[in-house]
Design a protein around this ligand. Sequence first.
Ligand code: SF4
Ligand code: MG
Length: 335
Amino acid sequence: MSRLLEVNNLQVNFKTYGGEVKAVRDVSFHVDKGEVVAIVGESGSGKSVTVQTIMGLIPTPPGIIKGGSIQFQGKELLGMSKREMRKVKGSKIGMIFQDPMTSLNPTMIVGKQIAEGVIAHQNVSKQEAKRKAIEMIKLVGIPNPEERYNQYPHEFSGGMRQRAMIAIALACNPELLIADEPTTALDVTIQAQVLELMKDIQKKTDTAIILITHDLGVVAETAQRVIVMYGGMMVESGSVFDLFENPKHPYTWGLLNSIPNVEGPEKKKLIPIEGSPPDLFAPPKGCPFAPRCKFAMDICVEEMPGAFEIGEGHHAKCWLNDSRAPKIEHAFAPE
Ligand code: SF4
Ligand code: MG
């Protein structure tokens, strides 16, 4: 598999009146060609800031990229000029946001918004771009594409708008699609349809996807690898199988435990874990999860756990994985 994206030791702070918020702390991960990597964690865990930094969307100030590197196809994105970045963004990395209404232009017909992307990145005539845009509208499952081409965003339903956003993002044949909670604003049936569509497109076009979600059911169905974030840090990462069958971090256990066993549309929604996330103005020097962790030991408060290697490509930042740690009783606990 060839490496598409490589993020190393990324650190992002935000200047505020209260001080500097450490939003992303030492995040490292990679995405290979055609791979789906999910990022999960509660709000404020640094998921969105991480992908926004990749997309060059963090305003500086108040954002400060403290360190690290982001290589896309071997090219460093951090420090790239706006112009260069725009080129990469439009033609190689596409992004879908949570709320399509804020990202679609309300005064322009949808078809033209798709065609503009095609023209900007594929060097084709207007006629050809229109034809391609109609093809894209069809590909994302919007009926009557010729008619829909000429309609404005407000004439589309929420689900259709999200499909249109996906069409815009895909119009430039990106190698990587970043989807930040793409279905959160939609109702449950439409959510399932849009995700099905993304999976489908991923298979057809071999586009890699970074999917930010709160929904572990979606992770299980869509992703190959998962990154669990907490307090601006990656606390566990591994294959979907590792994370669901052999999780090694109490926060991951909490996420898994919070999936109720009842049937129905709510069954895969996360229920918040007790306690509140760490203060990112002055993060604890030890494990950020310690104040909420039932298994916290003295060392957890004193010293930040490193990333213990559990297996190939499976890491967990938790002292329980140290060979000296006491054995504990828990359904998911280390053996
Ligand atoms: Fe809990 Fe300690 Fe592991 Fe942190 S390092 S998750 S406090 S057991
Ligand atoms: Mg977010």
